[in-house]
Design a protein. Structure first.
Length: 169
């Protein structure tokens, strides 16, 4: 699988051996690999043997989901789906299929981070613009009430009308 990746991507991937014969050994090995320190983790293995049943163990799947980071499965079987496959963020039938998708998964994650950064920048710009254009509050005694202005204007017009009538008679 790593041979399908470019050199820098392959070097950035940390590998850990995980024993799949017994549930307690599997969980301990995953715990020691510290998947919470990563942006994602993948369980990749080839072949189909009697250890496949461990991936249907609800305790194992619950443990994988506990880390709250995306996880991917490539368990080397295409004829059946395990419980781990069903709960994985993405499941691949073989390690080769996963290897073919790693570059696009990483590109998507990079694009998502770029979008998050752009969102944060635009949000900050919006806040700055909103603060810059916000007029200071006007004290109540300096403000004009629209109804009062209309009433005063109407009164002035009425007085002007009366003055014109008086002058024309």
């Amino acid at each position: 699988m790593l041979s399908q990746l470019d050199n820098s991507t392959a070097k950035s991937i940390r590998k850990a051996a995980i024993r799949v014969g017994r549930t307690d050994a599997l969980l301990n090995d995953i715990r020691e690999a510290e998947p919470y320190n990563f942006e994602a983790f993948a369980i990749v293995r080839g072949g189909d043997d009697n250890t496949m049943e461990i991936w249907n163990d609800p305790e194992v799947v619950s443990f994988l989901m506990h880390y709250d980071v995306p996880f991917y499965t490539a368990l080397g079987h295409s004829h059946s789906r395990t419980l781990a496959d069903q709960y994985a963020d993405a499941s691949f039938a073989t390690p080769t299929a996963f290897g073919s998708s790693v570059e696009s998964i990483l590109a998507g994650k990079r694009r998502f981070k770029e979008m998050e950064a752009e969102y944060a920048r635009l949000k900050q710009e919006y806040i700055l613009l909103a603060n810059a254009t916000q007029a200071p509050p006007t004290p109540a005694h300096q403000g004009h009430d629209w109804v009062k202005v209309t009433a005063i204007f109407g009164t002035c017009l009425f007085l002007a009308y009366l003055a014109v009538l008086a002058l024309t008679q």
